[in-house]
Design a protein around this ligand. Structure first.
Ligand code: C2E
Ligand code: MG
Ligand code: MG
Length: 544
């Protein structure tokens, strides 16, 4: 009673005020007046109908829902709950200065008139978090009231479409709901706010913390457990200590840059925004934009590096590896180490790979025509290609076009892809082998395959990771590892290719250990096809 009288007094300085004794009476009056109110000031504790009940009812009445509500309460907890139930703001009891109350009323009315946002649904119905609009509106409103240091966080689920395919739409929604819960419980640590912006992207604003490593480990573990999906992966991009001088939307753009940066990078779940990262992301955007044109203009080319059999009295050219090169008209030479991981992350690698495969197959064909011998070429097959249901038809199409047998286009698959894709990859690889393709396991020793797993993998050649060779003559341990890899290959009864051999000493040591084949600067760097022909010519001379 007293409160109502005080409030009426304050508000009627600027507004025309109608009072009601309880929620029921208020509803009747509002309807009588044909919803002609700009604002409702709602006490949570009322006779007949509680404030929450009123909010509940309001949410079912579209016209009533368009009138913004400011809730008056004495408890902090109730504030959050009333915001969730659709209140636009709250005034705490005992009342603040009259000017503050009037300013709040004024702002909410303007906001409601200007944007209509406050009237719309504030919640994302799938997760119970805020909607994107409300999230930003809320930050704009409340930012001036907090002076704490804040971190903007963007979260995304890797390959969420696969979860939808696997679990169905409902199952996918359930996963999103669990993520919403984890964000509330663990990421926000009881403070801060979050929303789902689209499909599987979430934004959160929380009080600054320095270290997120353990926090995200926990979230990852809980996520796998609660969803029952052990391989589910959530990435986080974080812009720490947001700059309040910048637009709020920009904070999240930055966090998103960091989040996108680790897409497809299975070694990290969290990335932080920095200026350097920003530069890099601009560079990457440029590469993405220029890719198609680069293929059309043949700025993307295929180089070939010879592989030699070394066990006889003299080395023999056995095959080559096709390696992609990009010479950009403005940016100059761009290393595949730069763009391959980028395009693996966004799927564009398939464009490059399909182009490289076709070029390589044509090349084998034209060398065959010109020199009368077949120099098989191995091409790199990315983990993304493996997931492509059309992999087989693409490859068989390509070898048909160039009139090759499958054995003349060998497929290199990196060891880590085996570890990641597990049974699906094994199935695909088995199938490709059954049609006659030869499979080389690339970068062997860089992943974490267990011995047990390796022995059951379908492969035809082991390519030892370049790092073993780099260090083999520098320390005893690396040398022993080289020996172990060669022994494993013997056990599997497949030949070993040593990559990155740069000098004679390495070659002689490897030869003595029983390594069959060598690829490296010792023989040649990867070279354009015209230049590669000298190796074919020399090989033919040797054979005579
Ligand atoms: P990779 O398939 O393991 O290729 C071997 C890399 O080692 C090549 O680097 C090659 O130039 C380099 N290399 C060979 N011999 C030596 C040596 O004696 N010393 C040193 N220091 N390096 C040597 P490159 O061409 O920069 O390619 C890097 C990686 O990019 C490749 O590793 C492969 O994973 C990927 N890549 C290259 N071309 C393609 C492609 O067409 N498709 C896909 N998906 N990935 C590709
Ligand atoms: Mg390779
Ligand atoms: Mg390799």
């Amino acid at each position: 009673m007293i409160n109502r009288a005080i409030l009426e007094n304050i508000v009627s300085r600027d507004y025309h005020v109608t009072c009601a004794e309880n929620g029921k009476q208020a509803l009747d009056i509002i309807k009588e007046e044909d919803y002609g109110f700009s604002l409702i000031l709602l006490d949570l504790i009322m006779p007949v109908m509680s404030g929450f009940e009123f909010l509940e009812l309001r949410s079912t009445d579209e016209r009533l829902g368009k009138i913004p509500v400011i809730v008056m309460t004495a408890e902090n907890e109730a504030e959050v709950k009333s915001l969730r139930k659709g209140a636009a703001d709250f005034i705490s009891k005992p009342f603040d200065m009259p000017e503050v109350i009037l300013a709040r009323c004024d702002r909410i009315i303007k906001l409601s008139e200007d944007t209509g946002i406050i009237n719309s649904t504030k919640n994302d119905h799938v997760t119970g978090l805020y909607s994107r609009e409300f999230f930003f509106e809320y930050i704009h409103q409340y930012l001036p009231l907090v002076s704490l240091e804040l971190d903007a966080v963007v979260l995304n689920i890797d390959r969420f479409h696969l979860i939808n395919e696997l679990k169905g739409r409902k199952g996918g929604d359930r996963v999103l709901k669990i993520i919403g819960e984890l964000i509330g419980e663990l990421l926000l640590e009881g403070d801060g706010i979050a929303c789902r912006t689209e499909a599987d992207t979430f934004y959160a604003l929380r009080i600054h913390r320095d270290d997120y490593g353990e926090l995200f480990e926990n979230i990852g573990r809980e996520l796998a457990e609660r969803t029952g999906l052990p391989r589910i992966r959530m990435r986080a991009g974080i812009y720490q200590r947001v700059d309040r001088g910048d637009l709020v939307e920009l904070w999240f753009d930055r966090a998103k840059i960091a989040c996108d940066r680790i897409r497809g990078d299975f070694t990290r779940n969290v990335e932080f925004y920095s200026e350097a990262l920003h530069e890099k992301s601009l560079f990457h955007e440029r590469l993405i934009n220029d890719l198609q044109q680069a293929i059309d203009n043949r700025d993307i080319r295929v180089f070939y590096q010879p592989k030699y059999k070394i066990q006889g009295d003299r080395p023999h050219l056995s095959s080559a590896e096709a390696l992609v090169r990009w010479v950009h008209p403005e940016l100059g030479f761009i290393s595949p180490a730069e763009f391959v991981p980028l395009f693996e992350g966004n799927g564009l690698i398939q464009k490059i790979d399909n182009y490289v495969w076709r070029e390589a197959a044509n090349q084998v064909h034209s060398w065959k025509e010109k020199y009368g011998i077949s120099v098989p070429v191995s091409v790199n097959v990315s983990r993304i290609d493996i997931a492509d249901p059309e992999l087989e038809s693409k490859l068989t199409g390509i070898i048909k076009e160039s009139d090759l047998s499958p054995g003349e286009l060998m497929l290199e698959i990196t060891e880590t892809a085996y570890a990641d894709n597990g049974s699906q990859l094994v199935e695909v690889v088995e199938h490709m082998r059954s049609i006659g393709f030869k499979i080389e396991m690339d970068d062997f020793g860089s992943g974490y395959s267990s011995l047990n797993m390796i022995t059951s993998l379908p492969i035809d050649v082991l390519k030892m990771d370049i790092r073993f060779i780099r260090n083999m003559l520098k320390d005893e341990k690396s040398l022993r590892l080289v020996r172990v890899v060669i022994d494993i290959a013997k056990f599997l009864d497949v030949p070993v290719v040593a990559e990155g051999v740069e000098d004679e000493q390495q070659l002689l040591t490897l030869k003595e250990m029983g390594c069959e084949c060598i690829q490296g600067y010792y023989f040649s760097k990867p070279v354009p096809p015209e230049e590669f022909e000298q190796f074919i010519v020399k090989e033919l001379e040797n054979r005579e």
